[in-house]
Design a protein around this ligand. Sequence first.
Ligand SMILES: Nc1ncnc2c1ncn2[C@@H]1O[C@H](COP(=O)(O)OP(=O)(O)O)[C@@H](O)[C@H]1O
Ligand SMILES: [Mg+2]
Length: 323
Amino acid sequence: MNRAVVLDVKNLRVHYETPKGDVVAVNGVSFSLYRGETLGLVGESGCGKTTAAMAILSLVQPPGRVLGGEVWLNGTNLFTLSERQLREVRWRSLALIPQGAMNSLNPVMRVKDQIGDAIQTHDGKQPRERLSTRIGELLNLVGLPGRVSGLYPHELSGGMKQRVCIAMAIALTPPVLIADEPTSALDVVVQRVVAQTLVDVKQRLGVSMVLIGHDMGLQAQLVDRIAVMYAGNLVEIAPVTEAFERPLHPYTQLLIASIPSIKARRPLKAAEGLTHDLRRPPPGCIFQFRCPFVMERCRTVAPPLREHAPDHRVACHLYQSDE
Ligand SMILES: Nc1ncnc2c1ncn2[C@@H]1O[C@H](COP(=O)(O)OP(=O)(O)O)[C@@H](O)[C@H]1O
Ligand SMILES: [Mg+2]
């Protein structure tokens, strides 16, 4: 199958410079996003998902610093663009729903003015009628009635606020969308509904999407491929069914085993928490302290992310016995 790559992230490295040393937040992460797909980026809190997303859009703030890498979009490495050129790219070509976006809506602005502002900032001044029609269409697209446009954020439920944020992100019909934990602040039922809305919108507009989350169970139902991060490193990437049926990396196996299953009433395995200081990543494999299969080599040599089966890559010595 010949799939077009719409976003290509290569060897992305981001550190936070702190008085006690650099926090290695993103450590050489590479992945491609194919046209039309939803790629899930998962990993527990603090593993670098948000930092990676911000870096892709050149939005990392000090003390964060992008130390290296390339982000290719439409034949251009975004890291070579000026700030002015980047502003053109954001929203129009590559939109982001930032983590916690729904809590950052302006409390004193009606929904229509916030969406209207977003549109006019990037598309220039619009006649009032046209703008209002467009806002109505956007709201409908995310499953909200038109009357929501006249409301203030505090008059909306969490799920509705998140839908407004989705509407804003897709206002300029960007071909690529990155959604950072778009449902994590919502209750479980609303989470599923909003996540499904996002996927529906994505399909209708033909958007390619990176969906960031920490809930493996939710991701399983939404994404086409899944990329697993641990402590700044991408450890496995595979089509979602393959990843669930044949998880290769011990960390992926742990994440899957930790999905609470009501039917099986399985006890939760302890999968929370990093085991080392991100300022001092160990030599060798990043997962060695938690790995049940750790070997001598894992202490000294970092396993590269390698293809183990078609379209299934893993960074683990268990599958790289050739060296
Ligand atoms: N401003 C900052 N200063 C120092 N460390 C930071 C800063 N922001 C994030 N970090 C660290 O970078 C790592 C990755 O954070 P983040 O990208 O937010 O992870 P995630 O989105 O996966 O929860 C974490 O260990 C976090 O503590
Ligand atoms: Mg985050």
